[in-house]
Design a protein around this ligand. Sequence first.
Ligand code: SF4
Length: 471
Amino acid sequence: MVRRSAGFVERSKIAVRNQGVTAAVTGAVNRLSASRKFAWAQMDDIQELRLAAREKKAEVIAHLDTYLDTLTTKISSRGGHVFMARTVADMQDYLVNLIRTKGIQTVVKGKSMVSEEAHLNPAMEAYGAEVFETDLGEYIVQLAGETPSHILGPAMHKTKEDIAALFSQKLGGPTLSTPEELTALARETLRRKFLTAGLGLTGVNFAVAETGTIVLLENEGNIRMSTTLPRIHVAVMGLEKIVPTFADLAVFLKLLPRTATGQKMPSYVSFINGPWPMPPGEGPEEFHLIILDNGRRRIAADPDLCSALFCIRCGACLNVCPVFRRLGGGHPYGFTYSGPIGAILAPLMSDLPDAAHLPFASTLCGACRDACPVMIDHPSLLLKLRYRIAGQKTPSSPRLLTEKLLVKAAGRVNRHLGLYQTAIRVARLTRTLGVDSNGLVTRAGLVFRPPAPRTYREMQRHLISKRKKNS
Ligand code: SF4
């Protein structure tokens, strides 16, 4: 666990003042949320699927070693190499050694959050390799010298005008005005890199233990090229990305695209099986899978918190989170993973000095739990982390003192029915400020969920009087 400091709070104070970024992110996450809701509404069995996915993930986390052994045996039997990296440094060392021994100068990359977690780009660049992100959003943030702002939409915080200015500055030429022109320029620049790269680095959406298959989902085709054109393909994954069987994979393939982007299926789904070396012109000579622990085994062994590892990185909890939106994306979190799931993983996986603030950066409204395809109960995990952090007896900050006073005042109000009812009536007046499609009031720098239009008692009274009138 980590100690408190002011970093996250300071970053947040700056972020909430940047209304342009907040507006760009709010628009993007609202569109993604609407797509998910629509896609879920088309499925009769969405709740059964969510439950099945949760059960499969629980099975994997409870028997990690068994599934990891099966996966390793299958891949090795077809000529692939599997390396278990206990730490980020182990992962970096393996990759840099590979680049050194194979004389690699250019690397093309598909989007991978684990590669961000393990800081693989700086490690490869420090050795002297040129690294090119090939997912359009990742390419934009790489050119800008930034980190991704969202699991799915790394450049979500940037407007079209920001990107046009960035491309003109970094790639030369006039400032382009349409998304089509900008995409064409990125495509033309990156196409040359695919043809000269010696190594393609990608993430992993799912690794099927039963068959040793690596599964990758994408819309741009850049992963397909990164995994086929260079002579070496390296895939990196957290050890929780395993699914037991191909039949189990079907559940996740139904859930992930629908939840992430509202698509029934993305444009490309790659199943990578080997054997390696592949025939010349058909694929890479070598395949390496690097599996990262970085604290995951410790989380898996924690019965209170292990469900955090069920995450399939769809981004839905970020999209519905009022805090994420208000902060204008993931940068203020200061950790690779942001939003509700990042607030849980940061204090468990990182030694960032201010990670202990993150579990407190939540309204506990529960929208994340309702949107999560694997039914992670974020509010309950966040509360458990809060108890643990509070139990560390670190010095109280002024913010904590304010919180304590507020909780004390709320306790008094809740003990007196009259006071409680008056407080609810007053709080309900905030609904007159306007409630958005997510049930939130966003006014004067604040985002909050107002009380329901009627309490349960009021609804009952209303129903009874209606019945009396009708009888
Ligand atoms: S916690 Fe759930 S909703 Fe959030 S990214 Fe992971 S799978 Fe998606």
